[in-house]
Write a protein that binds this ligand. Structure first.
Ligand SMILES: [Zn+2]
Ligand SMILES: [Zn+2]
Length: 479
């Protein structure tokens, strides 16, 4: 396989060799004469004069990151904890494609959002269709819900999905272009208690992962009451338009709510006296929000109202919320969500209300690994140390039998020293080590070391080799 990684980067080793050098020389003299940087000369010289076969190493794309074995334990721990809690709340997993028609995201997320305007991975495929790599999970899940008629399965659907999302963020922000989210959607109920339940679940996931966060909530109103707030906000913005940043000026007419999200301190100073959405809620929205607050208190989920939280997506109605980390002094949302009662209809489905949220995996992993450096990856039941070729041969077969009995088992294949094999057992986080040498094969008993307590005991190896594995397993299970 090794040769596959080798590539010739030397056109000079083909037809473009010594006879083309004088031509290049003249060309280069000319380039230097016109003050092209010397580096160009060196670049071309190196490119055309080398004869060595060079192995090119290929780096990951900018903004794309490998999750290595040393860190994957934290990912698995978070995912497993979340899955456990999703199931406790009656959620079922759904897996949706990464690629969707671009139109899906333009119609759901909104044309004048940052995501659609600047950040989507959109391309034309070989059939000439415009395709986008999903920048968030909700739109795809709703598309699937409608596409597959999931609403006929029951009045309320509780769905969750875990996977990568893609946004072409500017690299200087330090954000990843492939990032991961766990997201949930509840479709088919507009009860305020559903909003509360969903927030309580997000809260509980963070609690069980071991992270502190504060919950901020707001209501964005509905199609009946939001227009009056929009109008009041637009009037307010017009009055101070010359003090606003370029983005806010543009949004003041196209998407005025989004200005409240502006990162500019200068803009935020202007918005301290901005009208509040909460003063413009209609009777229905007002009651809904009151019930959300009341039931959150009943469930002992602490929260704060933040009337300026608007979220980046156009489809939200009524309740929106963010989970803000309070760990290690860093501020930032680790999860967010909200209600989107018109979205299913807007995508051609039935009139079905919905609410959902997403938790950002990278942020959770970062906070968790800062908090506990302990490797959370799974441990190995047994490391089999073999000394000598005979023990190795026997051990090799024994290993397979142990695995067939359900034990996680490993051994060294390079004939390394006892000390080195012990080190490997440690690295594999083995709970037990069994030592097999010539003596053990003759005496039919082998020392089994409990790596957690340090205790050592002899295990009897039955006369029939067939029975060794179950004898070892029984001993391990007794401990
Ligand atoms: Zn309303
Ligand atoms: Zn601004």
């Amino acid at each position: 396989m090794q040769f596959l990684n080798k590539a010739r980067i030397c056109p000079a080793s083909g037809s473009l060799s010594s006879q083309s050098m004088p031509v290049l020389g003249t060309l280069l003299d000319f380039l230097i004469a016109v003050r092209v940087k010397l580096s160009v000369y060196f670049f071309i010289l190196i490119h055309f004069s080398c004869n060595e076969e060079i192995i090119l190493s290929i780096k990951a794309l900018k903004g794309f990151k490998d999750i290595l074995p040393d860190e994957v334990g934290h990912w698995q721990f978070i995912e497993q904890t979340a899955r456990k809690i999703f199931h406790r709340y009656g959620f079922e997993e759904i897996r949706v494609p990464i690629l969707e028609k671009t139109e899906l995201f333009v119609r759901t997320i909104g044309e004048s959002t940052d995501i659609v305007e600047k950040e989507m991975y959109t391309f034309v495929d070989r059939n000439g269709s415009s395709i986008t790599m999903r920048p968030e999970g909700t739109a795809s899940v709703i598309r699937s819900y409608i596409d597959n008629g999931l609403y006929v399965r029951g009045s309320v659907q509780r769905l969750y999905t875990i996977g990568p999302m893609f946004r072409h963020e500017r690299p200087q922000k330090g954000r990843l272009r492939q990032f991961h989210q766990m997201s949930v959607e509840v479709l088919g109920s507009n009860r305020a208690t559903i909003d509360t339940e969903v927030m309580a679940m997000a809260w509980q996931i963070l609690q069980e992962i071991g992270l502190q966060a504060s919950l901020e909530i707001n209501s964005l109103g509905c199609a009946a009451c939001r227009p009056s707030f929009k109008e009041a906000l637009q009037t307010f913005l017009q009055e101070r338009i010359q003090h606003l940043c370029e983005d806010c000026r543009r949004r003041s007419s196209s998407n005025p709510l989004r200005v409240l999200d502006c990162k500019s301190e200068h803009c935020q100073a202007q918005y301290t006296s901005a009208p509040s959405i909460l003063d413009h809620l209609c009777e229905g929205c007002s009651q809904h929000f009151a019930e959300v607050k009341q039931t959150l208190s009943q469930l002992d989920v602490p929260f704060a109202v933040n009337a300026k939280m608007v979220r980046g997506l156009d489809y939200y109605t009524r309740t929106t919320f963010e989970l803000i980390t309070t760990e290690l002094g860093s501020q930032g949302a680790i999860g967010a969500g909200g209600r989107y009662d018109g979205l299913v209809r807007q995508l051609g489905g039935p009139e079905v209300p919905g609410i959902g949220f997403a938790l950002g995996m990278e942020r959770l992993v970062m906070l968790l690994s800062q908090k506990s450096r302990q490797d959370l990856g799974p441990s190995l039941d047994l490391f089999l140390i073999t000394l000598g070729e005979k023990a190795y041969e026997k051990g090799f077969v024994l290993l397979q039998k142990l695995r067939a009995l359900g034990l996680g088992a490993m051994m060294d294949h390079e004939g390394r020293s006892m000390k080195n094999q012990m080190k490997q057992a440690d690295k594999q986080k083995a709970d037990f080590v069994l030592i097999l040498g010539e003596n053990e094969l003759t005496n039919l008993e082998a020392p089994l070391k409990d790596m957690r307590s340090g205790e050592q005991e002899l295990v009897e190896l039955p006369p029939a080799f067939e029975d060794w594995a179950s004898s070892i397993k029984t001993k391990i299970r007794q401990k």
